[in-house]
Ligand binder design. Structure first.
Ligand code: SF4
Ligand code: SF4
Length: 346
């Protein structure tokens, strides 16, 4: 585990101040934005909604239909958020299978990846608060042989003898209690003593259970191996959510709350464009970035370099070298979903 410790409390306080100043300065702009929005005639809005409702599956549209759809969405988001918004339709990259590798021993649990992901991907900030990445905090296991632990709860006699040997859970908790994880922890500093961290997001499975479960083919694997969702084709039945063994999918139980000042206007149709009530969403490896030759936001945000990303078809890529040289595991490999998200130990 890395020795670097980050003062989360200080960053949180500084962040609050910056945000307060920012919001104060944004006051005038927000009022102007609201006025612009209310200027959109009601019948124009209705026509947009009807057009969206009637549009076909994006992958099956002609180039002309796609162009029309993109232009309509760009116009709508630009009016709705009061800022020039682009919706890309950049195609998959040729000859690439994207893969991800995350070092469990390097991760310090700072959750910067979570925040970067929320900002980049226009996730709902509250009611519902949506986060595609969860960082699970877990208790470090140990193999203790200490006299004090013997006095504090190890059984007087055990099959292993009275050596204070940890046989499950820890000395003070029943098995199962200590094995539980937290993902809403808020420590002042990370990494915390005796904790390790395990970030989980969509594993971009080669055999995705979610795709098999979807009755409308709204969710599918793109040629780069990224599982995407056509939000306009999703009927919100949530079968994919049930099928996914990784709890990687999030459902918009209400209209997402995305403040105009927080909205990232550089979007992709299959990626981070604003979603609506009643549709599913999840990590896409930042499709809007990676189809443009950039790294996912979480990779760039990680302060300790625990996150690596690249082309699994290229033997010289960083991710392939990790697979070749490190101790690597796939999460829940017994489900035969063949994730392209790998965990490794340095
Ligand atoms: S992790 Fe879940 S949502 Fe992601 S591809 Fe696999 S089954 Fe689908
Ligand atoms: S919620 Fe959407 S993506 Fe999921 S199964 Fe239903 S239609 Fe498919």
């Amino acid at each position: 585990m890395s020795e670097e410790r980050i003062d989360i409390k200080k960053e949180r306080d500084d962040g609050d101040n910056t945000r307060r100043d920012f919001l104060k300065n944004m006051g005038i702009a927000a009022v102007a934005g609201a006025a612009a929005l209310s200027a959109v005639p009601a019948d124009a809005e209705a026509k947009v909604e009807l057009a969206e409702h009637l549009q076909g599956h994006f992958e099956l549209m002609t180039d002309g239909q796609k162009k029309e759809c993109i232009e309509r969405l760009e116009k709508r988001y630009t009016e709705e958020f009061g800022k020039k918004t682009t919706v890309s339709n950049a195609p998959p990259v040729k000859g690439v299978l994207f893969g991800y590798a995350l070092s469990i021993s390097k991760c310090i649990g700072c959750r910067r990846c979570v925040k970067a992901c929320v900002q980049e991907n226009n996730q709902s900030r509250h009611d519902p608060e949506i986060e595609w990445i969860r960082v699970l905090k877990m208790e470090k296991g140990n193999l203790a042989f200490s006299a004090d632990k013997l006095d504090k709860g190890y059984p007087e006699t055990s099959a292993l003898g009275n050596h204070g040997v940890q046989v499950g859970g820890n000395a003070y908790n029943a098995v199962g209690v200590s094995g539980e994880t937290e993902h809403y922890y808020e420590p002042d500093k990370v990494p915390e003593k005796d904790a390790f961290y395990f970030p989980v997001q969509c594993q971009q499975c080669e055999k995705p259970a979610c795709v098999k479960a979807c009755p409308t083919q709204a969710t599918y694997r793109d040629p780069n191996g990224i599982v995407v969702i056509d939000y306009n084709w999703c009927i919100g039945c949530r079968m994919c959510l049930l099928a996914c063994p990784y709890w990687a999918r999030r459902f918009n139980w209400a209209q997402p709350n995305l403040p105009a000042e927080d909205m990232n206007p550089k979007t992709h149709y299959l990626g981070n464009r604003p979603r609506m009530n009643g549709v599913m969403e999840k990590c896409t490896f930042c499709l809007q970035r990676v189809r443009d030759g950039r790294y996912p936001a979480c990779v760039e945000a990680c302060p300790v370099g625990a996150r690596k990303f690249g082309n699994l078809l290229d033997p010289e890529s960083e991710v392939r070298k990790i697979l070749a040289t490190k101790q690597v595991l796939r999460f829940k490999e017994e489900y035969n979903t063949y994730p392209k998200f790998f965990y490794y130990i340095d």
